[in-house]
Design a binder for this molecule. Structure first.
Ligand code: ZN
Ligand code: ZN
Length: 287
């Protein structure tokens, strides 16, 4: 219990420490040897993408000051949730909780692609014309709020140890920056690593304009769900350098790579052929 208190007291320092170290490492790597040539200048992309991250951070602090760890602390203090019914050794409970939380994120990701209104929100993540460390954190504020509520509900049902929630969030944050990196891993390293972790080449397929490719590789940290549930795709048809990143028909940088355009994006256009019940089952463009 004391350990939990120590973690809660130092939580912000732990998170920021990991965030800045991983961000700096990936950013340096992609500036030194980028995988793809960017279409929009890095300065403009970073200014707007990081602006959105900043806005989301402030919004979450205001709306949910206790955050996910607070919900986990209340659940464990009250004995709520499946993992609190029968006490397990802490390491076992932590591993179960991290894996289950990652699975829920996978399911949520499939859901926001399939449901028309939620795809509107999630388009903000996909509309980025390029793919780099800042893409990993660009989500519309409404999608961030939805994710947080789903996480709260999961925590209340699951009852994970507080340390598991912090660990899960730190891992997800780090892996999202890593696998959105505009970086290249040696082919054999990528092949071995993607049995345990979603690699940049694996997740890049998911940012293709092609709708069958974008409907693949939904995992953020663990690659197993895509392989288990049939959504895994090895490589993009056009190759990593030749493939087009983004969404068909949303190719104007002023709209998709500037903050005001990104915030408005869910409310423009029609979802005509991408989401699950709008699909043209013969052949059609995705948007
Ligand atoms: Zn997606
Ligand atoms: Zn992504």
């Amino acid at each position: 219990m004391d350990w939990n208190n120590w973690l809660l007291d130092h939580e912000v320092a732990i998170r920021l420490g990991f965030f800045f170290s991983v961000f700096a490492a990936i950013a340096a790597w992609e500036i030194r040897s980028p995988r793809r040539v960017l279409t929009v200048s890095k300065a403009q992309r970073w200014f707007n993408n990081i602006g959105l991250v900043f806005l989301n951070t402030v919004l979450l602090r205001l709306l949910f000051p206790a955050a996910a760890v607070g919900v986990a602390a209340v659940a464990s203090a009250n004995g709520w949730g499946l993992l609190n019914i029968q006490p397990l050794p802490l390491p076992v409970a932590v591993v179960i909780a991290v894996v289950v939380l990652d699975f829920v994120i996978y399911l949520q990701h499939v859901m926001v692609h399939a449901i028309p209104a939620l795809w509107r929100l999630h388009r903000v993540h996909h509309a980025d014309l390029d793919y780099d460390v800042t893409t990993g954190a660009r989500f519309h504020p409404l999608e961030i709020i939805l994710s947080m509520l789903i996480k709260f509900a999961t925590i209340l049902v699951l009852g994970p140890p507080v340390v598991a929630v912090i660990l899960f969030e730190v891992i997800l944050n780090a892996t999202a920056m890593f696998n959105h990196g505009n970086i290249r891993l040696p082919t054999n390293v990528d092949r071995v690593l993607r049995w345990f972790l979603v690699t940049p080449d694996m997740h890049r397929v998911h940012h293709s304009v092609e709708d069958d490719e974008a409907n693949s590789n939904f995992g953020f940290s663990l690659p197993w769900w895509d392989r288990l549930f049939g959504t895994y795709r090895d490589q993009p048809r056009g190759g990593h350098e030749g493939m087009t990143i983004g969404i068909h028909h949303y190719r104007d940088a002023a709209q998709v790579d500037r903050l005001p355009g990104m915030l408005r994006l869910p409310f423009v256009g029609k979802i005509s052929s991408y989401a699950i019940n709008r699909r043209q089952w013969s052949k059609g463009d995705a948007e």
